[in-house]
Ligand binder design. Structure first.
Ligand code: DI6
Ligand code: FE
Length: 402
């Protein structure tokens, strides 16, 4: 169905920020006109104009906004299964590193891959996300760590958005790690590779946002700030991987640049939460990485709640710390590992995920929003986070097309 039509018999989790939990409307209807929602509300109140449109009865199924995975690294070469196996067979960190493991192995495999290979490798990951109702996904660079490969990763990301009915937002993550050829010369890497690559990628229209990995094993807040200054000059929004393994002060710095989001944030403090609230930054919670690296410090959810920091949930899909391609499982982990409520989890993959990407036209079911919707074979919205390893998606509507 395309053009003008009405979905009826729908239980709507509008996530529209009303006082009702989930913005739930029991016997709801959604009028879709081309790619947009023309009207949404109780069926009994459907305007006369819209009731003449073709109708499709959803039989009481739950409808949510299309899911948004706002933090992924789905474009990369190779995989790290061997490393996973080595570690579980008792290999030490050094042994894994000597066998060519870690982020460096992904960098080598990514550099060796053609644009077409990067696209083909990423497609099954993207398709798995789409099969769970994802209609928008963010994709980061950061495994090339040289100019040409960083650009190639972003070109691959753009291509994914042409090949599949999904919106792709690209993020430049040149400041992810220092490649071997710049070992011990992080500052030179930032100045000679990362910043020139950002300029080149921007000139090619490949960058929607700029990110960095602020960590004791990666870059300092000062080093990332140099990249953020360039982003600011180019008019690009920023976001940051911060306080994942230790507290480095990246959150406070990112807040000064009005970051769209600060991601991971396990070691963030109450002061950080206040700074994020003041800058309007979203806390992107990534339980897949927490689980995979067997972290024990949970992010300060209560501080985010108290200070009104919006929380998103994302897969962080990457070959090392989060080989995860399920937003439904991510929601379950957010609830079980971090005690987020099922409503917070759903807001985390819809309304707040949209905000983490600076998208103001989606993530809620209300008039004027894009008609990106997911239809589920469940009774209540809480079931989405409750089940483990079960996908109840019935159908997906992308820009009004179903
Ligand atoms: N945070 C992580 O956990 C990783 N990158 C990042 O920014 C790890 C990426 C990898 O190991 O490939
Ligand atoms: Fe990440």
């Amino acid at each position: 169905m395309t053009g003008n039509y009405v979905l009826t018999g729908a239980r709507l989790a509008t996530m529209a920020g009303t006082d009702v939990p989930y913005g739930l409307i029991e016997d709801g209807a959604v009028a879709v006109s081309d790619s947009k929602i023309a009207w949404a509300g109780p069926h009994a109140e459907l305007p006369a104009d819209n009731s003449a449109w073709e109708q499709r009865d959803l039989g009481g199924r739950l409808v949510t906004p299309g899911f948004i995975d706002c933090h992924t690294h789905i474009v990369f070469g190779g995989n790290r299964a061997m490393e996973f196996e080595m570690r579980l067979n008792g290999a030490s960190y050094e042994e894994v590193a000597r066998a060519g493991g870690g982020i460096v192995s992904t960098m080598s495999a990514t550099r060796a891959a053609s644009l077409e290979e990067l696209v083909q490798d990423a497609l099954p990951r993207l398709d798995t996300l789409i099969a769970e109702g994802v209609t928008a996904v963010e994709v980061k660079s950061g495994y090339g760590l040289d100019r040409e490969t960083e650009l190639n990763m972003l070109r691959a990301a753009r291509r994914l958005g042409e090949l599949r009915p999904v919106a792709v937002k690209t993020t430049f993550l040149g400041a992810h790690a220092t490649p071997a050829e710049y070992k011990g010369r992080d500052d030179e890497y930032i100045d000679e590779v990362c910043i020139p690559a950002l300029h080149a990628a921007h000139a090619e229209g490949l960058v929607d946002a700029v990110d960095g990995f602020c960590e004791n094993i990666a870059f300092s807040p000062e080093q990332i700030e140099r990249v953020f200054k360039v982003a600011q000059e180019l008019g690009l929004p920023v976001k940051l991987h911060a306080e994942q393994l230790s507290h480095q002060g990246g959150t406070a710095m990112a807040a000064q640049y009005s970051a769209l989001s600060v991601d991971h944030v396990e070691y963030a403090t109450e002061e950080d939460a206040k700074a994020m609230a003041a800058s309007g930054s979203v806390a992107v919670i990534l339980p897949g990485a927490f689980y995979t690296i067997r972290e024990t410090q949970a992010p300060p959810i209560e501080h985010f709640r108290t200070h009104g920091v919006p929380m998103a949930l994302a897969t962080d899909c990457n070959p090392g710390s989060s080989p995860l391609t399920s937003l439904l499982l991510t929601m379950n982990m957010g609830c079980t590992l971090f005690r987020m409520t099922p409503e917070e989890a759903l807001a985390g993959v819809t309304r707040n995920a949209a905000r983490a990407l600076g998208l103001t036209d989606r993530g809620q079911i209300s008039a004027g929003m894009r008609a990106d919707l997911a239809v589920w074979d469940v009774q209540t919205p809480g079931e989405l986070a409750y089940r483990i390893g079960f996908n109840p998606l019935h159908s997906r509507i992308y820009e009004g097309n179903q």
